[in-house]
Design a binder for this molecule. Structure first.
Ligand code: GTQ
Length: 340
């Protein structure tokens, strides 16, 4: 029982303090323990895809600016957020549509789920998107999207909007034209930064990776080779993180991204870490156990593993799992921890 309840003098004290916008530490009611209010959840492609197609009938990209359905954590209703630190959204763009040019302080990542023929232009450079590609839009870069292919294209958006908001640092601007002029050749960063070499005069000039696209083919090949070369990690299987080749760090100052390969029959050891992670299943079927939840997953499903949530992932067939998390932000601040 709180001390104030049994002591009338303390009750008077607390209510007097309240009038002065003060509160005794010993009566604190806010949550103070590892983890956040977010809970484990899964969004199944089978249920989500028809709603994306419906959104495409109900509103144009022009009217919506970005036709995105946010995946909202059931314990964070009304916030649009999947965790307390990042948002996740599925964006659909139809053939011929253009999502007009804008920029914002939050960093954005795209993980392409379905369809070919879409592109994004980032500060004057065209980036073609193919399923499984990981594409970056660093904070405050101008970006517009288009679809010049024959089919709808869907990708998963991950943004650090809640972090920018937390610091009061959310800014946004609209470009005067729908599309921006191209000023660099497509693939230029891959030429300059993609071979384990750096331009001789490279000066770090920002926080985000100079590579804008990490093609699936190369990621998958790297994991396949890794699996032929050694034993899997007991919790993660074969897992690699996407790297900023200019400094060995993460692709964004706030968000990390990963791809992991689990061979058929793999059962991970229970694991938790303080970063909250959003997963997108690229290939394969399996299960993720998190506390009282036990979700079966299949291709294109999205699930969230909240901060400090013990979980175990297992694979019924060979699985490729993309994920992103707020780990770099926590590492930079000295907060990140893990427990196996
Ligand atoms: O594609 O620029 O999911 O500006 C949210 C805000 C995507 C985008 C989102 C955005 C975008």
């Amino acid at each position: 029982m709180p001390a104030a309840i049994v002591n009338p003098e303390r009750v008077r004290f607390s209510s007097e303090l309240s009038g002065l916008n003060m509160r005794p530490l010993w009566e604190r009611v806010v949550r103070l323990k590892p983890g956040t209010a977010a809970v484990p959840a899964i969004w199944r492609w089978q249920a989500v895809r028809p709603q994306l197609m419906r959104a495409a009938e109900l509103i144009s990209t022009k009217e919506a600016e970005r036709r995105v359905l946010h995946l909202e954590n059931p314990a964070l209703r009304g916030t649009n957020c999947i965790t307390t630190t990042v948002v996740a959204g599925l964006q659909i763009i139809l053939p011929g549509e253009i999502a007009p040019t804008h920029r914002h302080s939050p960093n954005a990542l795209r993980f392409i789920v379905e369809g070919v023929g879409a592109y994004t232009t980032v500060d004057g450079e065209r980036v073609s998107m193919r399923p499984g590609d990981f594409v970056t839009t660093p904070g405050w870069t101008w970006h517009d999207h288009g679809n010049v292919g024959p089919d709808p294209v869907v990708w998963l958006d991950g943004l650090d909007v809640p972090l920018a908001n937390l610091f009061g640092a959310y800014f946004r601007e609209v470009y005067p034209q729908d599309t921006q002029p191209l000023s660099r050749l497509e693939g230029d960063p891959a030429v300059r930064y993609g071979s384990g070499l750096l331009p001789v005069d490279h000066r770090p000039n920002g926080h985000a990776s100079p590579l804008l696209c990490y093609p699936y083919e190369r990621t998958r090949e790297a994991l396949a080779r890794l699996a032929r070369n050694g034993e899997p990690h007991p919790s993660h299987g074969f897992k690699l993180r996407y790297v900023n080749p200019a400094n060995g760090g993460h692709p964004f100052p706030t968000m990390a991204a990963f791809m992991q390969l689990l061979l058929r029959g793999f059962t991970g050891r229970k694991y938790c870490s303080t970063d909250s992670a959003v997963y997108n299943v690229v290939e394969g079927c399996g299960r993720v156990e998190m506390g009282d939840s036990d979700f079966a997953f299949g291709p294109h499903d999205v699930f969230v593993v909240p901060s400090w949530q013990p979980h175990r992932i297992s694979a019924n067939s060979e699985c490729l799992l993309f994920s992103y998390s707020d780990r770099p932000a926590q590492e930079a601040l000295g907060f990140w921890r893990e427990q196996a």
